[in-house]
Design a protein around this ligand. Structure first.
Ligand SMILES: [Zn+2]
Ligand SMILES: [Zn+2]
Length: 467
């Protein structure tokens, strides 16, 4: 009998982590993600494992996003020595993601410690260090899609393309117990099919137990083509009033989608006179990994790149300025209007976007464009929810800039696609909704019942099931 314990992304979106225990095979984690939102130092300090990391035999990682991978260095720091099994592209992205995340955390912690020292408060030791990041990367074991990878004698895992970000996988685990096979499928995060660069999520049909994400279980997205029309309109209107555009960038996926769309607009002559900046060393590094793995991406879109004799996202948009140094980033401040600035972080929890907000969010001529999900507790969510003023760097800033969301650029499947994907399994497996807020999960459960007569369960954090 195998057991799954839901330890994170249970009735919430971030912190994906499930413990799978299979007698004779071992204890495995599906993802080891961190929570997002709130004060980063405090949050990371507060994260606690509900198990002893030294007793975990392997981690099976669905994709590189931090809400699925961010606690790997801490896991290693606390004694995990096993393999981190993932796709090869995920392993390459992890190198960038974990180094960036640990760097930010250690910098923030150092600042917090200086503040504490001034007040005579005790110092906080880091929960993990760069050495742990190095070890975690060394434990990564990268594989291609559609190959059976042994997990000892009685179990194997196979990754299928989830179409969410580069390297993202649907995880299929087969367990053999007394001549009987049982299959667990974990969707990871599912893409929305029509997004540029990404393939449609693979459709699987056999499972005994299914863990499926439900981020957008309560809503549909606009089609990607509508989104391009929307983007073009927003740019035109902002140009007319002499404003600039700030785009909080998710370094992985959305940034590359945006570069692709902006490239298309450029070749249509829509971007003449704009100055465009990718103001994120991390997004620049990730774009280069995408360029190395173009063969994994959607063939039609990649052909569109080469049709204009460009085989790289970086060069597809010739008017793009890559700003790596802080000085270059600050120089953008001198541009009065007509700048498009793509800067991290995607949920505005840190990074250079906050500095651009400081310069421009209080001016009604400017526009902020969100391109993806804003988790509860993040600055991005506060702005999307219509705050009249925000607090950053200990000061208050009024929000006068126009705020728009390009829902069609989401990296996640919408409600209809999720329901369709779950409906592809016959006979219906025992199904659990994870990675979604309660409202979205209820809506999705309701839809699955009304349209497909499928009953699903919504596990609470800490709950275990046996199969
Ligand atoms: Zn993701
Ligand atoms: Zn996720």
């Amino acid at each position: 009998m195998a057991t799954i314990t839901f330890l994170g992304a249970a009735q919430e979106v971030t912190g994906s982590c499930h413990l799978l225990e299979v007698p004779g095979v071992g204890r495995m984690l599906l993802d080891c993600g961190m929570h997002q939102g709130g004060d980063a130092v405090k949050r990371i300090q507060d994260e606690e494992f509900a198990f002893d990391p030294a007793t975990i035999d392997a981690v099976i990682l669905s994709h590189a996003h931090l809400d699925h991978s961010g606690l790997l260095p801490r896991l290693v720091h606390e004694g995990f020595v096993g393999r981190i099994i993932c796709t090869r592209a995920t392993a390459e992205l992890l190198d960038i993601m974990l180094n960036d995340s640990a760097g930010l955390y250690l910098r923030d912690l150092e600042r917090a410690n200086i503040r504490s020292a001034r007040r005579g408060h005790p110092q906080i030791d880091p929960i993990y260090t760069m050495a742990d990041v190095e070890s975690a990367l060394g434990q990564c074991d990268g594989h291609a899609y559609n190959r059976q990878i042994d997990l000892g004698e009685n179990a194997s895992v196979c990754f299928h393309d989830a179409g969410h970000i580069l390297g993202s996988a649907i995880v299929e685990i087969t367990v053999r117990e007394q001549e009987k096979e049982k299959v667990l499928v974990f969707s990871g995060d599912l893409g929305k099919g029509d997004s540029v660069l990404m393939n449609e999520p693979a459709r699987l049909s056999k499972a005994d137990v299914l863990l499926v994400e439900s981020t957008y279980g309560d809503r549909e997205h606009r089609g990607e083509q509508d989104t391009v029309v929307q983007l073009r309109e927003i740019l035109k209107e902002t140009w007319k009033v002499g404003g600039s555009v700030m785009i909080p960038a998710f370094a992985v996926g959305r940034t590359q989608d945006l570069l692709f769309h902006l490239g298309c607009l450029h070749y249509e002559g829509e971007l003449d006179n704009w100055e465009i900046f990718l103001d994120s060393p991390m997004a620049i590094a990730v774009t280069r990994v995408y360029d190395r793995w173009l063969k994994l991406l959607d063939g039609d879109d990649v052909r569109a790149l080469s049709d204009v004799h460009k085989t790289s996202l970086e060069t597809f948009l010739p008017v793009l300025n890559l700003t790596t140094s802080t000085e270059e980033s600050m120089a953008i401040n001198r541009i009065k209007g007509g700048a498009i600035v793509i800067a991290g972080s995607g949920m505005c929890t840190g990074g250079r976007i906050r500095h651009h907000f400081k310069q421009r969010i209080w001016d009604r001529r400017n526009t902020v464009i969100f391109t993806g999900y804003q988790a509860r507790g993040t600055l991005g969510r506060v702005i999307v929810d219509g705050a009249k003023a925000i607090k950053m760097f200990g000061e208050e800033y009024v929000v006068k800039a126009r705020v728009e969301t390009l829902g069609g650029l989401s990296a996640h499947a919408g409600q209809g696609q999720l329901v369709d994907w779950v409906g592809g399994f016959t006979p219906p497996p025992r199904t659990f909704l994870v990675h979604g807020e309660a409202g979205a999960q209820d809506a999705m459960a309701d839809k699955l019942w009304r349209e497909r007569q499928l009953k699903v369960e919504i596990p609470a954090r800490g709950q275990s099931i046996v199969f």
